[in-house]
Each structure stands twice: as structure tokens, then as C-alpha cells.
Design a protein. Structure first.
Length: 117
């Protein structure tokens, strides 16, 4: 298993669509890219998983979240982070073991465009 030129250390079973199927839905997949819809309901925490490909993440519906890396809380958004309700796009490198918890009263939704080649 590789991601770019580096050896990818995580097993296929930890890929987001496999390990966290309730929050990761494939909308489109070609040999070049895959588009995921990521939805996390209020109060839910998705299982730990990885993303082996670089991607663009577009947050369509922000919510207050907690981000965990290998089980350790590394980020928590505050209420001020939600003032701008417009969609936000950001570049994402491959991600190791992580999970996201929605600590808001509204659903979180994003789209992740993964570059497979």
C-alpha cells in the first residue's frame, strides 16, 4: 500500500469508507478521483479511520466539532468558528488515524474530493 511515494502504514480496513461508513458516503468514483459526502449527526462521534489520498475538503454545513488524532483530542472548534456559514474549502494531506465528534445541535456536512492518482 502506498500513498504517493511513501509507504502507507494503515490497513485498508481503516479507510474512511470502510471503518466509518455511517459518516462517509461515496458520491462518485473514477480511476482519478473519489467524492465523499461526510455527515456527522449532533452528538455523534465517528469511528477512528484514515484517508490515504490527498484531497480538497469543502465544509458545506459547519458545526462545532472535536477532532481526535489516535484517540487524543487535538482540536475543538468554538461557537465563533461558525459565524461565517458559507462553504469553506481547504487542501488536505493524507490523514492518519483520526475521528471527529459533532458537539453541536446541528448536523455537520462536508464533501471530500480525493485525488486517487
Amino acid at each position: 500500500m502506498t500513498s504517493g511515494n511513501a509507504r502507507w502504514p494503515w490497513p485498508e480496513e481503516l479507510e474512511g469508507t470502510v471503518a466509518a461508513p455511517d459518516s462517509h458516503r461515496v458520491l462518485l468514483e473514477t480511476r482519478d478521483l473519489r467524492v465523499l459526502e461526510i455527515s456527522i449527526e449532533p452528538g455523534a462521534r465517528e469511528p477512528e479511520h484514515v484517508h490515504r489520498h490527498p484531497s480538497v475538503m469543502i465544509v458545506d454545513r459547519p458545526a462545532r466539532i472535536r477532532y481526535y488524532e489516535a484517540g487524543r483530542l487535538t482540536f475543538e472548534s468554538g461557537p465563533g468558528n461558525l459565524a461565517d456559514k458559507s462553504a469553506r474549502a481547504m487542501w488536505m494531506a493524507p490523514e492518519g488515524l483520526h475521528s471527529v465528534e459533532n458537539v453541536d445541535s446541528q448536523p455537520y456536512r462536508a464533501f471530500r474530493v480525493e485525488l486517487l492518482r
